[in-house]
Design a binder for this molecule. Structure first.
Ligand code: NZQ
Ligand code: ZN
Length: 388
């Protein structure tokens, strides 16, 4: 196991009706004038926004609102939010919604206390200062509610990039699984695919003797398989929703990744798909992960066989572990199909002739992709072709 630092100071309030405590936590963490940031309107339609505002009113906290965050959030609204914060002396950002609203809020929080262009952070500058930020989460997926990362697409070129820093970890996150019951099935299962992918990016590693994080990761994967099957037939099952919601946090706050090299190439390949075609991030991962696995398994056949046996219940073929490794990949792909996820380019509107553009965008100002196997422009194109 490698040396590591683990720092995950977010305060979580989990369970039914916890959004009614929003005002209390904003106050506790020092907010007096809040920018409420949200997406395309699902939180208004569901009545959540009214409950959140009532709890702020009850604590005497003033607020402004900025909605309109698109899935795969864009730079334009971030610039708008930063200007608003500076002009109105906002001292706390509250994201109400999914990963997109949270990520846009994180970028605003960092940009609001920075004199330069916030995009500097997405070109490698680390975020050391930001306004405090809280979240009321409505979809279990990205883990942004407990992570130090934000992903934004710059509209000038449609480059989708990440920035990070402990300063943008939410100071609190409210997780009420009931809020996820209004999600369309496609978003629920895209979210589950993203959660599984966050484990897999860490699971396929060249670091040896990482049994504890292997086993924790397998626990998350097995739970997602079980709960996805429950939600397919019973979308309003609170217990299944609750397990998925906490898994989303566990899968991405690095509990399953510490002490090991992590890959992340599949996320980089996917980010180009959601930037170009505006597909759901989890759906793009469903297309790319089996393709990456077919490319990568020979790097460590035994690790892939372990994944097949422990997660998918495949029988170990001791004479030819490659057979087992391939069975595991096939089981994963057929699971993704069974939960309604796309597993090929055409299903998300991606085109073979765009592969050179996808690769060029992926390597623009960003040469490093992958650690289990470091990708080149040629191998990235090969993986995209495996997803056709
Ligand atoms: O915009 P609204 O109207 O709220 O609708 C959203 C959106 O259309 C809807 N939705 C969310 N909660 C709902 C709901 N509809 C009904 N009921 C609810 N309870 O679902 C759609 C998708 O929402 P979005 O926030 O885009 O989803 P997600 O949480 O999957 O976020 C995806 C973004 O996060 C990035 C992705 O790349 C993508 O841009 N990621 C962020 C990460 C991070 N910060 O750590 C890591 C991830 O790997 C990921 O890259
Ligand atoms: Zn992801």
């Amino acid at each position: 196991m490698n040396n590591f630092t683990f720092y995950s100071p977010t305060f979580f309030a989990f369970g039914k009706d916890r959004e009614s405590e929003t005002g209390k936590y904003v106050k506790q963490f020092g907010g007096t004038k809040v920018l409420i940031h949200y997406g395309g309107g699902s939180v208004i339609k569901s009545g959540l926004m009214d409950r959140v505002k009532a709890s702020l009113d009850a604590e005497g906290i003033t607020y402004l609102e900025l909605g309109g965050v698109k899935p795969n959030p864009r730079s334009g609204l971030v610039y708008e939010g930063i200007d608003l914060c500076k002009k109105e002396n906002i001292d706390f950002i509250l994201a109400v919604g999914g990963g997109s609203a949270i990520d846009s809020a994180k970028a605003i929080a960092a940009g609001a206390v920075y004199d330069g262009d916030f995009w500097d952070f997405f070109l490698g500058k680390s975020i050391t200062k930001a306004l405090p930020l809280g979240t009321v989460l409505t979809i279990a997926a990205t883990g942004s509610e407990g992570s130090p990362d934000t992903i934004v697409t710059h509209e000038d070129g449609m480059y989708k990039r990440a920035a990070d820093g402990d300063a943008i970890r939410p100071v609190f996150s409210i997780l009420n699984p009931e809020l996820t019951m209004t999600l369309p099935a496609y978003q629920t299962f895209s979210g589950i695919t993203d959660i599984m992918s966050h484990v897999l990016e860490r699971y396929f590693t060249n670091t040896k003797d990482v049994e504890i994080t292997d086993r924790l990761g397998e626990a998350v994967l097995l739970t997602m398989i079980k709960e996805a099957r429950r939600l397919l037939v019973d979308p309003n099952n609170y217990e299944a929703r609750a397990n998925v919601m906490w898994a989303g946090m566990v899968a991405h706050n690095d509990s399953v990744g510490v002490g090991r090299a992590q890959d992340w190439a599949t996320h980089h390949l996917e980010h180009e798909l959601s930037a170009l075609y505006d597909c759901a991030h989890g759906a793009g991962l469903a297309v790319m992960f089996p393709a990456w696995m077919k490319f990568a398994y020979k790097q460590d056949v035994n690790r892939f066989a372990q994944f097949a046996v422990r997660v998918w219940g495949c029988q170990m073929n001791f004479e030819d572990p490659e057979v087992t490794a391939l069975e595991g990949i096939a089981a994963f792909e057929s699971f993704l199909k069974s939960i309604g996820m796309p597993t090929s380019f055409g299903e998300i509107g991606a085109k073979e002739e765009d592969i050179p553009t996808l690769v060029a965008n992926m390597f623009y100002q960003k040469p490093n992709h992958g650690s289990f196997i470091k990708l080149t422009e040629e191998t990235s194109a090969e993986i995209y072709r495996l997803a056709l």
